[in-house]
Design a protein around this ligand. Structure first.
Ligand code: AMP
Length: 256
């Protein structure tokens, strides 16, 4: 596996791969089985697998959240290599956002709902960094998790609106046996907080917004809403201590 720290190194390492198909998995690191399912799907489908590991400052509006984001580059590099990743692109923030950076992509309507309302500017940061990654890597397929359903919808909209030539592949949410969706942020939860956090997947499993809101009464709920995506999802976000958790269930599926 090659590790590319700069745009120039990434471009060099991809030169021999251009004749075949390239799969891209954008991530912020702290790999878990959710990430691994994306790596495996890319490995099965593409000649060359590129994983980006970049904690994108533009999508964090709270410095404390950005600062507390888990980092373990060595462990992530080992996990990526074990998953058969060919190129790990792990640039410094200044490599993607030089001082005079001033061009942003804003999916104006979808990017303002739910997560966008709770985290102003979040999807502008996501769309901009993903467009940069798509331009740099030029993947035929990019892999994302259903866990971030609104992110998928925002990126689909950007791909259509800007006539980008790539396919976005969406993989199901990977959960712990107790139902909690895997997330890099789960590591911050104490045992007691984790117990509280389990209320979110349980509430969403009702697949009914009213019932889910009732089930979460007394907790610090940002939103529980049906998002009219394709397919529609019941999405929710709660805060447990200093950790913000999101989750969603697809509404067309039968309850487990
Ligand atoms: P992150 O590193 O959290 O930005 O996530 C990188 C990619 O992994 C995104 O496309 C996420 O939607 C996806 N992902 C994160 N958690 C999960 C999960 N529990 N199951 C499936 N995909 C996930």
């Amino acid at each position: 596996m090659k590790v590319a720290r700069t745009v120039a190194e990434l471009r060099d390492s991809l030169l021999p791969a251009r004749a075949g198909s390239i799969g891209l998995v954008p991530t912020m690191g702290a790999f878990h089985d959710g990430h691994r399912s994306l790596f495996a799907a890319a490995r099965a489908e593409c000649d060359t697998v590129v994983v980006s590991l970049f904690v994108n400052p533009a999508q964090f509006e709270e410095d404390a959240d950005l600062d507390a984001y888990p980092h373990d580059f060595e462990a992530d590099a080992r996990a990526a290599e074990a998953a058969g990743v060919d190129v790990l692109f792990a640039p410094a923030a200044t490599e993607l956002y030089p001082e005079d950076f001033q061009t942003w992509v804003d999916v104006v309507e979808l990017g303002r709902l739910l997560e966008g309302e709770s985290r102003p500017g979040h999807f502008r940061g996501v769309a901009t960094v993903c467009l940069k990654l798509f331009n740099l890597v030029r993947p035929s397929i990019a892999y994302f998790g259903q866990k971030d359903a609104q992110q998928v919808a925002v990126l689909q909209r950007m791909i259509r609106d800007l006539n980008l030539e790539l396919t976005l592949r969406v993989l199901p949410t990977v959960r712990d046996p107790d139902g909690l969706a895997l997330s890099s942020r789960n590591a911050r939860l104490s045992t007691a907080e984790r117990h509280v956090a389990l209320a979110l997947p349980r509430a969403l499993a009702t697949r009914d917004a009213e019932q889910a809101r009732a089930a979460l009464a007394g907790l610090d709920v940002d939103y529980v809403e049906v998002l009219d995506l394709d397919p529609p999802v019941l999405a929710g976000a709660i805060r447990v201590g200093s950790t913000r958790l999101i989750d969603n269930v697809v509404l067309e599926e039968e309850p487990a």
